[in-house]
Ligand binder design. Sequence first.
Ligand code: G6P
Length: 364
Amino acid sequence: GHYDNGGYEHYLLKEISEQPDTVARTLRGRIDDRFHIAHLGGLNMDARETRSFRRVKIIGCGSAYYSGQIGAQLIEELARIPADAEPASEFRYRNPVVEPDTLYVAISQSGETYDTLAAVQELKRKGGRVLGIVNTVGSAIARECDGGLYLHAGPEVSVASTKAFTSTAVSFALLALHLARVRDLSPADGRRICEGLRKLPEQIEQILKLDEHIKTLAEKYAQAPSMMFVGRVRGYPVAREGAQKLKEISYVHAEAYPASELKHGPLALISHELPTVAIVPDDELLDKNLTTLGEIRARSGRILMIGHRTADAADDCVVVPKNETELDPILLTIPLQLFAYHAAVALGRDVDRPRNLAKSVTVE
Ligand code: G6P
């Protein structure tokens, strides 16, 4: 690449390490501490229109799609608008019903992914209102959308997305706050979210300090031929992104499942040879998650837990700083980026340029 790798051995590590800064840039000028709202000038929507949406549909590909799943949960939780995410390619091929009171959000780091662009064009043709959450200013998807937010995360060079993923999730927290505060989110909850957002850069800094510990764990677990990633609700998109990162750059097979679905099939796979990465935030589902860990352990499954505490059922734990429950998925993803990175290095992979993948898929 023609960008400076800043003295890091790989762009991927540079981009992971930049996240305190890139998240601060995504937030800059967008939090109003007086009214506890988000300032999002680029949406091009007045208050009446902002209040009018009855649904939110989010589309994107790969990691953009998984960050959209975090986004959908943030919008549902904070703004209480039904929201879901779908791969852009699936969306465009199934002839979706385009509704006037649905807000569509397209996500793309590059702004050039063909499936996402084609989905946006199809939506526009049918009268859909589309916002873009895009990193690359002036890109095709950004130009096609009615408005949106730029990530301001700077160029992402490594094929596997890291800082763009995080900044997209942060952008969704801002969008959710914006939608929520013109509906029924209280000023007190608005303030709680604003304060949580402001804490993120410093907390990411703390997570990056766990690098040596995570490296040791990655070297231990990367020897497994396959890994299971599980999470419940807020933890599930985190598990999916964690599995995706591992597959992309280390070529270790990984599957992500909702923790509650294990017993409906994949529990049959669990053994000492198939370790599990469990995303276990300190939220209202903690007890349920700990029960699941017990079930895995009872089948001799090894467990690496990512959460806010240690647990006896887990063999290893990575403890990250706690934020507001709604924002925790953003932080829980970061150790999984480091985990995949160190697994890939340990296995001698081409970290920045994994086989068979392109940074931006601009063809069908
Ligand atoms: C490619 C990359 C992924 C990325 C996806 C979407 O498949 O390998 O890392 O998440 O495209 O890219 P976009 O630029 O639209 O976010």
